[in-house]
Design a protein around this ligand. Structure first.
Ligand SMILES: [Mg+2]
Length: 166
């Protein structure tokens, strides 16, 4: 199903060796806003640096694919030491295709990690890669976001009590 993620987690920080092994994931395409950082915050959220370093230690290849502007994405991606695609146009496949190319892995080994069903999960599913839905670091207050969250919660009964907890 288009809007159903492969895995639901509380946070990107919950992705670990066991989960990657279970789903045969060797590369991650990472959403930026509310997945690695609060929306428009110049800094990564607490624990993200350490988590990235743990992932690198496991040999996981990573790239940021964000729908946000290069001006927003580039400084933070560079600080995190991760390649990036800005103007990713998720849920369309163009940015994800670029991201997979950066990872140099077969699509079957790549998962997209993001906090939004309509852009991240739908995009990953349309493109045919695994998807990991995470709880956003910060629930935006902008009306457009509020509306999307409401639709998500009503239509998809997004219930994190059913997430894979560890
Ligand atoms: Mg996001």
């Amino acid at each position: 199903m288009l809007f159903k993620p492969t895995v639901w987690l509380e946070s990107v920080l919950r992705i670990d060796k066991d989960l990657l092994h279970k789903y045969a994931i060797e590369g991650l395409l990472l959403d930026l806003d509310n997945t690695l950082s609060m929306h428009d915050s110049p800094a990564a959220e607490r624990g993200v640096f350490e988590w990235l370093s743990e992932m690198r230690g496991l040999g996981v290849r990573m790239a940021v694919v964000s729908n946000n502007t290069e001006k927003r994405v580039k400084p933070l991606a560079e600080e995190l030491g991760v390649a990036f695609v800005a103007f990713g146009c998720k849920p369309l496949p163009f940015g994800l295709r670029k991201g997979v190319r950066l990872l140099q892995l077969p699509k079957s080994r790549v998962a997209l990690v993001g906090d939004q069903i309509f852009t991240d999960v739908a995009g990953g599913n349309l493109y045919g890669i695994k998807t990991i839905l995470v709880e956003p670091f910060y629930l935006e207050s902008k009306p457009s976001f509020r509306l999307k969250r409401k639709i998500e919660s009503v239509v998809f009964k997004r219930d994190f009590s059913k997430s894979e907890k560890k």
